[in-house]
Design a protein around this ligand. Structure first.
Ligand code: 59J
Length: 382
């Protein structure tokens, strides 16, 4: 307003010799950007986000969004392209929540991974509400099979047995719908509804990922907790050079069992093979969630979010990744089809760039040694 501010002063002296570095790794950021963009173009999707986390340090190694913009060219800049969707947009995470419900089931002591649930006939009536499996199975499914087939009915039956509160507690402990502490301007916390005496339909839908909302960064963090053997480390957008504190929020033995189940989700026959990474064992879960309709009640018939979250290498997890692709419009829309290949490609590149040793190499083939000597000047055999 033309007024002069007189007492401008230094609030805090700069410390000499202290550099501020982002946690973002430019190589991984570029790789993630390229693969997410390619998937959006291939499947004609509206928007997308990818977040990659260093499991041990909580550093955000890559965080990319689509659409995006070139900060060096602000001509024709659309405000919508500047949204850091990974932190400021929330969504229903759908089936990517099933591993946390499974974790609650194992923690209850009432279930082990080989126990089975009858999911026939692929639907379950709760009052006037019907729970449905998209890919119906005939026989009983083990807990691992429930994750592989992504059975909403199987997950719900387990949820009725253990109760909604235990599932709520795991989700809360891994940071879903909670403040990340990143302090990014405009960052959303999402919403994990507080536990009360839930109706059966609410318990069921929470167990397979509806009725709560999260950000992509929270989803990546939650999977990094599973990957870090159940220990939660705060996320950081600045470089971390000391081993950070962590809190055990899922018992280690249970986190390890879930890791193995999520490896099966990718490696079992009929699994999400598009997420595979040559040379490594990786683990993860896809999800396909119908979008809530704005303006009317319920869900839209042909608008989906394709999700994938996972980590690797399974023998000693180092990197967790979450991918959200909004409204694919051509060539398919399942998370296992649209987002899983992005995971596979980004994970393959990241594990190599981070110098992480492969844990799934084929046995070495015997080397054939050429016996005949070669004349270096003339070439050919002597
Ligand atoms: C679905 C839902 C919406 C919300 C259903 C996807 C519910 C539900 C009410 C119908 C497509 C579809 C609270 S599908 O994620 O089950 O990722 O590769 O959106 O179920 O009760 O035409 N995922 N997806 N459900 N809603 N409410 C499967 C599954 C999942 C796959 C494929 C096939 C749904 C294997 C989703 C994937 O695991």
């Amino acid at each position: 307003r033309g007024r002069l501010i007189k007492d401008v002063q230094v609030a805090q002296n700069a410390k000499a010799g202290k550099a501020l570095a982002l946690s973002i790794d430019l190589r991984l950021q570029y790789l993630a950007h390229r693969e997410l963009r390619n998937a959006l173009l291939e499947f004609g999707a509206k928007a997308g986000s990818l977040v990659m986390v260093d499991v041990r340090t909580g550093e955000v190694l890559a965080m990319v969004n689509q659409p995006t913009y070139n900060p060096n060219n602000r001509r024709n800049l659309q405000p919508a392209a500047m949204r850091n969707r990974a932190m400021i947009d929330v969504f229903e995470p759908g089936s990517t929540m099933k591993p946390f419900s499974m974790s609650a089931a194992l923690e209850s002591g009432r279930w082990k991974s080989s126990d089975t649930v009858d999911v026939y006939p692929g639907t379950l009536q709760i009052g006037k509400y019907t729970i449905r499996d998209v890919s119906r199975s005939s026989g009983p499914l083990s807990l691992t099979d429930i994750l592989i087939k992504s059975s909403n009915v199987g997950m719900s039956k387990i949820a009725f047995d253990i109760g909604g509160q235990s599932i709520y507690e795991v989700m809360q402990q891994v940071g879903l719908g909670q403040d990340t502490g990143l302090g990014f301007p405009g960052e959303r916390v999402g919403n994990l509804p507080n536990y009360r005496e839930w109706r059966k339909a609410e318990t069921a839908t929470l167990s397979y990922g509806y009725g709560l909302s999260v950000t992509a960064v929270q989803l990546a963090h939650a999977y990094s907790v599973l990957a870090n053997n159940g220990r939660s480390t705060n996320l950081s957008l600045a470089r971390v050079d000391r081993k950070p504190d962590s809190v055990q929020v899922i018992p280690e033995n249970i986190a390890v069992v879930i890791q193995g189940m999520l490896q099966q989700v990718i490696e079992a026959s009929g699994g999400v093979y598009r997420a595979k990474v040559p040379g490594y064992h990786v683990a993860g879960k896809s999800g396909t969630a119908r979008k809530v309709s704005v303006g009317s009640r319920g869900y839209r018939d042909n608008a989906y979010r394709s999700l994938f979250a996972g980590f690797g290498p399974v023998s000693d997890p180092r990197i967790a990744v979450a991918i959200v692709i909004d409204e694919p419009s051509q060539g398919g829309y399942y998370g296992g089809l649209v987002s899983a290949p992005v995971f596979g490609k980004v994970m393959a590149g990241a594990l190599r760039l981070m110098n992480i040793a492969p844990d799934n190499l084929p046995p070495a083939e015997p080397v054939k040694v050429e016996t005949a000597a070669v004349d270096p000047l003339k070439g050919g055999r002597i």
